[in-house]
Ligand binder design. Structure first.
Ligand SMILES: Cc1cc2nc3c(=O)[nH]c(=O)nc-3n(C[C@H](O)[C@H](O)[C@H](O)COP(=O)(O)O)c2cc1C
Length: 190
């Protein structure tokens, strides 16, 4: 699936770094979830090009509280902020729950809003759900509002995800795989 003769990456490119450092933030706290499977697949498939770390702390973040935030964010939040700052780009992969983003993911994003961490940060997003349209629109709107760099080519909606993502996280649906081939390889421009 890795394409030959790729141009330099449009999103996560840094001339001086051989490997692009990506922080992947799953929208599910369950590491056997479809979202985790997709992220693990991307990490393994492109490990010669990208250094992708999957954030595992979503379920341990305290509930967002603007008063606490203004007094000094908790250690778990500071750690996530540090990891986002250190990454060349951030990749979200999330399900949709009750027509929205999962609460855990929304909570994590709320802790970031008082910062400028996402301003100018290259972001890519995958929503893997039954329908996923609302979560897709919501994450797109949020990321655009907090000024991340999120071109259309870095947004992927995998509908009927359970049937289109294989056991190893690979996209098993051929049409969708073709459509997402460029996206799946961050070193290729469309
Ligand atoms: C509580 C709950 C609510 C859900 N609500 C929606 C929904 O509103 N829209 C949708 O497309 N899928 C919905 N789903 C289905 C999940 O998005 C879908 O099963 C997804 O593939 C699960 O992803 P995961 O394995 O990464 O958790 C819901 C699932 C659960 C458990």
């Amino acid at each position: 699936m890795v394409q030959q003769g790729c141009k330099p990456p449009q999103l996560f490119h840094k001339m001086h770094q051989p490997k692009i450092k990506i922080l992947a933030i799953p929208g599910s706290v369950n590491d056997g979830s479809t979202s985790h499977q997709v992220l693990k697949y991307i990490a393994a498939t492109f490990n010669h090009q990208i250094d992708l770390e999957i954030y595992a702390g979503l379920g341990t973040l305290p509930h967002f509280n603007p008063v606490t935030d203004s007094k000094g964010a908790p250690a778990e939040v500071m750690q996530l902020r540090t990891r986002i700052a250190a990454a060349d780009g951030v990749l979200f992969c999330t399900p949709e729950y009750v027509f929205s983003l999962p609460g855990s993911l929304k909570n994590a994003i709320e802790w970031m809003v008082s910062t400028t961490l996402f301003s100018g940060k290259p972001v890519a997003m995958i929503v893997a759900a039954a329908s996923g349209q609302k979560a897709f629109e919501s994450l797109d709107l949020i990321m655009t509002t907090i000024e991340s760099v999120l071109p259309d080519t870095s947004k992927l909606l995998i509908q009927a995800a359970k049937g289109r993502v294989g056991q190893e996280g690979e996209i098993s649906d051929e049409d969708l795989r073709k459509k997402s081939a460029v996206w799946y390889n961050p070193c290729c421009t469309p």
